[in-house]
Ligand binder design. Structure first.
Ligand SMILES: Cc1ncc(C[n+]2csc(CCOP(=O)(O)OP(=O)(O)O)c2C)c(N)n1
Ligand SMILES: [Mg+2]
Length: 324
């Protein structure tokens, strides 16, 4: 695919995708060792989705995420040290160790939060979009939802309101084919979630979520529309997750070789690397340099998290209500 992105932009995109992959691969290992408390849902395999979207977002734009939120956080600019510490439940985490993997939030970067409630993000994104509209900024809000969340009443209500109020919000459905152990063909009433856009009076588009360039281009159009005051859009990313629903999931519901085949055939990082080195003037050495840089960054994040203190008992009563 042709691109208007500079080599610098492409290296940034690679750095973000690689950071997400390395972060998730490492959390997978550390979780298995028993160092991480709570529930963890990994985003590996879906990196092109968060990254292609995130590159269009300004810090002041708002992002609502879901339970599989690490990639969304990284693509929105949240620091990996604070994220890792949060996942470990440490005081130095983005939410002082009180949220964990499913509730990483960082309002300074416009990351409104991962969210344990499936379908919890769309109304929040509408609220942020309404605020931007009322303040008269060109700010936009984006929400990432799964195929499972696409069936929630909250999601339908939010999409309806988004059009009624012509909100600058974009609904990105990451259709990875499963909601927990249920294949989307058993639970989603239509073949393509994008078709639901018609019922809510907004444009809907299907995008290959493994293709960074396709994601970047489609979201660019939706963002432009939202910033111009023309209202919401729906984008469906068809993609795959490379780990189980949660860490510890034995994945008995997936065909035996599915993950192995996906990692070989549809890895967005492999595809991106091949495309940028063959067609867009990026050298393999530049990518290797980023690989090394990212590996050190993730090593450092794990050390930071492991050596950080736990929250104190006194911290139990702080951060409960906002202080005015
Ligand atoms: C309201 C609500 N119902 C059920 C759950 C349990 N639950 C957690 S994740 C999940 C599946 C979500 O699937 P999907 O939206 O496709 O996201 P994916 O995990 O595939 O990224 C379910 C049912 C929940 N957390 N919240
Ligand atoms: Mg899903």
């Amino acid at each position: 695919m042709a691109t208007t992105l500079s080599v610098e932009d492409l290296l940034d995109a690679y750095r973000t995708m690689k950071t997400i992959r390395e972060f998730e691969d490492r959390v997978h290992v550390e979780f298995a060792k028993g160092g991480i408390p709570g529930f963890v849902h990994l985003y590996a395999g879906e990196e092109a989705s968060a990254t292609g979207v995130g590159m269009h977002l300004k810090e002041s734009d708002k992002l609502a995420s879901n339970h599989r939120g690490h990639g969304h956080c990284i693509a929105k600019g949240v620091e990996v040290n604070g994220m890792m510490a949060e996942i470990y439940g440490k005081k130095t985490g983005t939410c002082h160790g009180k949220g964990g993997s499913m509730h990483i939030a960082d309002l300074d970067t416009g990351m409104m939060g991962a969210n344990g409630i499936v379908g919890g993000g769309p109304p929040l994104a509408c609220g942020a979009a309404l605020a931007a509209k009322m303040k008269g900024t060109d700010g936009i809000a984006v929400v990432f939802c799964g195929d499972g969340a696409s069936n929630q009443g909250t999601t339908f209500e939010a999409m309806n309101l988004a059009t009624v109020w012509k909100l600058p919000v974009i609904f990105v459905f990451e259709n990875n084919g499963y909601a927990e152990a249920t294949a989307s063909k058993f639970s989603v009433a239509c073949e393509d979630i994008a078709d639901r856009a018609i019922g809510f009076g907004m444009p809907g588009e299907i995008v290959d979520g493994h293709d960074f360039f396709a994601v970047h281009e489609a979201f660019g159009r939706a963002a432009e529309r939202a910033r111009a005051g023309d209202g919401p859009s729906l984008i469906e990313h068809k993609l795959d997750r490379f780990f189980g629903h949660f860490e510890g999931d034995n994945q008995n519901y997936r065909p035996k070789d599915e993950v192995k085949r996906l990692r070989e055939e549809v890895c967005c990082l492999k595809r991106f690397s091949a495309e940028v080195t063959q067609k867009h003037g990026v050298s393999p050495d530049q990518l290797t340099e980023i690989d090394n840089e990212v590996a050190s960054m993730i090593d450092a994040a794990v050390v930071f998290a492991e050596t950080s203190p736990d929250p104190d008992v006194a911290d139990l009563t702080t951060d409960v209500y906002i202080k005015y």
